[in-house]
Design a protein around this ligand. Sequence first.
Ligand SMILES: *[C@@H]1O[C@H](CO)[C@@H](O)[C@H](O)[C@H]1NC(C)=O
Ligand SMILES: *[C@@H]1O[C@H](CO)[C@@H](O)[C@H](O)[C@H]1NC(C)=O
Ligand SMILES: *[C@@H]1O[C@H](CO)[C@@H](O)[C@H](O)[C@H]1NC(C)=O
Ligand SMILES: *[C@@H]1O[C@H](CO)[C@@H](O)[C@H](O)[C@H]1NC(C)=O
Ligand SMILES: *[C@@H]1O[C@H](CO)[C@@H](O)[C@H](O)[C@H]1NC(C)=O
Ligand SMILES: *[C@@H]1O[C@H](CO)[C@@H](O)[C@H](O)[C@H]1NC(C)=O
Ligand SMILES: *[C@@H]1O[C@H](CO)[C@@H](O)[C@H](O)[C@H]1NC(C)=O
Ligand SMILES: *[C@@H]1O[C@H](CO)[C@@H](O)[C@H](O)[C@H]1NC(C)=O
Ligand SMILES: *[C@@H]1O[C@H](CO)[C@@H](O)[C@H](O)[C@H]1NC(C)=O
Length: 436
Amino acid sequence: MVNTAILIYTIALWLAYATASLSFDRSHLQRGHSIAPHPPFKPFPQTHPRTKTCKVKSHGDGSDDSHFILSALEKCNHGGRVVFSSDETYTIGAPLDLTFLDKVDIVIDGEIIFTNDTDYWQENSFKFDFQDSTTFFKLGGHDVNVYGDGEINGNGQAWYDLFASNKTILRPILIGIFGLEGGTIGPLKLRYSPMWYIWVSDSQDVIFDGIDITGFSNNKNTAKNTDGWDTYRSDNIVIQNSVINNGDDCVSFKPNSTNVLVQNLHCNGSHGISVGSLGQYIGVTDIVENVLVSNVAMSNASDGARIKVWPGADPTSTATDVGGGGGYVRNITYDGMTVSNVDYAIEITQCYMQKNFTACSLTTASLIIEDIWFKNFSGTTSSKYGEVVGTLVCSSPDVCNEIYAENISVVSTAGTDLYTCYNIDESELGLECEAP
Ligand SMILES: *[C@@H]1O[C@H](CO)[C@@H](O)[C@H](O)[C@H]1NC(C)=O
Ligand SMILES: *[C@@H]1O[C@H](CO)[C@@H](O)[C@H](O)[C@H]1NC(C)=O
Ligand SMILES: *[C@@H]1O[C@H](CO)[C@@H](O)[C@H](O)[C@H]1NC(C)=O
Ligand SMILES: *[C@@H]1O[C@H](CO)[C@@H](O)[C@H](O)[C@H]1NC(C)=O
Ligand SMILES: *[C@@H]1O[C@H](CO)[C@@H](O)[C@H](O)[C@H]1NC(C)=O
Ligand SMILES: *[C@@H]1O[C@H](CO)[C@@H](O)[C@H](O)[C@H]1NC(C)=O
Ligand SMILES: *[C@@H]1O[C@H](CO)[C@@H](O)[C@H](O)[C@H]1NC(C)=O
Ligand SMILES: *[C@@H]1O[C@H](CO)[C@@H](O)[C@H](O)[C@H]1NC(C)=O
Ligand SMILES: *[C@@H]1O[C@H](CO)[C@@H](O)[C@H](O)[C@H]1NC(C)=O
């Protein structure tokens, strides 16, 4: 008896030790080992050993520490670990180009905060063509892991306040990932982003695991456009086990996002998990293909699952940015979503930004929507749309194919489950449809 107890105790101790050392030293882990329950679309490249450690210095008085960060990263790049200590606050007051990273872990145990000098950042942030995006820093390279018990704070209040009086200001995205090949980001806390929290651009094989996002305005100037993630021109991305409290898309798949797995998210206050908007610009091809979104709790949101596509170009218009772009949205599955106080559980539109669906159907979209699955949805909407709990609007049945729903039990507060359907094969869909 005693021996068995000692044996069990020893095994327990060994397990605790093994688990602790694994979570401390991630470099010995094969990247992608923790992707579950669904496997990723593609395998992930391995992460290499880290053999040196550099501590980042801090002035500790609110003055800019960015040069300390840069020098630690330069010193410990190519196989090291750069540590932000738990008892320090690091201030960033200058843009950091971190696209040279290679085989490095960034361990954030302390707090990193960006200065709130809105004039300075508008002048000096990194600028990108896509939707006039700007970022505080850009992080890219090969085999980079970013994690820790600390947080990254965008000091967003000054931005929320300024944006309330001037809509043309350029608010920086908190985390700009640009050209990263092989990375694991998280666990990590992100707070008070001025704009989107995470932008993943021109990257592949990146895992986000254990991201904790929150940051509400402390006054009536709400924190707008605070998307959780936006993926763009990126392939084989995983987003999982995260909690998002924000004020715009929880996750958004922008043009040329392929092979994206999203699972085990808790989204509150968002605009849902969105594909698009796509097809806005004539002559441009947008592709979103192979996306699986599974096991999501969606609360206090305008939408649950959403696909937004612009209609075809209006032949009488000279504008080039109100639809008519080509491409496709293909093989998108939403499996397992629980909604609570959500306006539309499901929304597909191929008439984005159009009020007149008859007019929209005269300009068939050039961007095809096909092979879309909605499975295992439950919960209650906000009843903003009365008895209607979802909407599926296509510009023509010719460009909206194979859209299926299965085991959907979402109801309005009145207990109804009506959907607005237009130009879509209702027999295939299998939802309770009414005309718009
Ligand atoms: C900017 O941050 C400082 C502290 O870091 C604070 O004292 C000041 O009020 C903030 N400015 C604005 C406009 O929010
Ligand atoms: C709004 O912000 C833009 C960009 O910073 C600036 O050029 C413009 O002068 C501002 N407008 C006002 C009315 O302050
Ligand atoms: C997206 O991919 C298509 C097809 O490869 C390409 O024509 C288009 O230029 C890409 N878009 C962007 C923004 O890179
Ligand atoms: C969820 O979002 C609502 C706003 O829609 C907010 O009032 C509430 O505090 C959020 N909950 C949490 C846990 O942050
Ligand atoms: C479509 O997506 C599913 C995941 O939902 C994936 O298993 C499948 O391989 C994808 N199909 C193709 C043709 O890539
Ligand atoms: C939704 O919002 C309400 C009111 O703001 C809040 O009490 C509730 O906790 C929110 N739900 C979640 C899951 O955060
Ligand atoms: C969803 O439903 C399918 C059957 O349509 C089932 O095989 C699958 O396991 C379900 N997924 C979840 C998350 O319940
Ligand atoms: C909607 O568009 C159609 C076709 O262009 C037009 O006949 C109709 O008058 C429009 N309806 C409204 C309410 O504008
Ligand atoms: C239907 O979806 C619910 C979750 O909403 C799930 O618990 C149940 O197993 C699903 N049923 C089938 C037959 O897939």
